[in-house]
Design a protein around this ligand. Structure first.
Ligand code: CU
Length: 177
């Protein structure tokens, strides 16, 4: 009986390791890259097509002399239901990225990026901002929630590149522009 249990658990462990190996191999298999499309997933909103924008939020990215890497601002309040254009300017010397997700997704994706440091993100909830350039990301915040934005290039979030977005349903009317 003991032997059977042992063999059964070994087989189970093997099955699971094969599964996770398949899940982590190959481009386009990034966990949570398009999490917003998965039914029952954390409600983070969805990409905006740019046809209507309720608000533009300017974010700058810079590195400090003491070694920090920062988003400014790093705490943002947004009214639920609004479509926001993030206009991100990278004034730093390094390339950076802006990845939007739930706290859980950001943590998981950060781990994934550590294991695949050469991978570029290719999804609607992230954008890369080369040094000295600007990039836009348009997002519709449909749900009342709190989210994180971060740069998941290995070492960058650890150096300070993260911030929070609080999506409320009780803010003043949307500000245009
Ligand atoms: Cu960065």
């Amino acid at each position: 009986m003991k032997t059977f249990t042992l063999i059964f658990s070994l087989a189970l462990a093997l099955a699971f390791s094969t599964l996770s190996l398949e899940a982590s191999s190959g481009k386009g298999q990034q966990p949570h890259a398009r999490a917003f499309e998965v039914p029952g997933h954390d409600p983070i909103g969805k990409p905006g097509d740019g046809s209507s924008i309720d608000r533009t939020i300017e974010i700058s990215v810079r590195e400090t002399a003491s070694g920090y890497m920062l988003f400014e601002p790093d705490a943002i309040q947004i009214e639920s239901g609004s479509v926001v254009r993030f206009s991100i300017r990278n004034t730093g010397a390094l390339n950076h990225e802006f990845f939007l997700g739930s706290f859980d997704e950001v943590a998981k994706h950060q781990q994934w990026m550590r294991e695949h440091p050469d991978m570029q993100h290719d999804s609607a909830n992230s954008v890369s901002i080369p040094s000295g350039q600007n990039a836009d990301l348009i997002w519709e915040f449909s749900d009342v929630t709190s989210l994180e934005f971060a740069c998941l290039i290995p070492g960058h979030r650890e150096a300070g590149m993260w911030g929070v977005i609080i999506v409320h349903d009780h803010l003043a009317p949307k500000s245009k522009g």
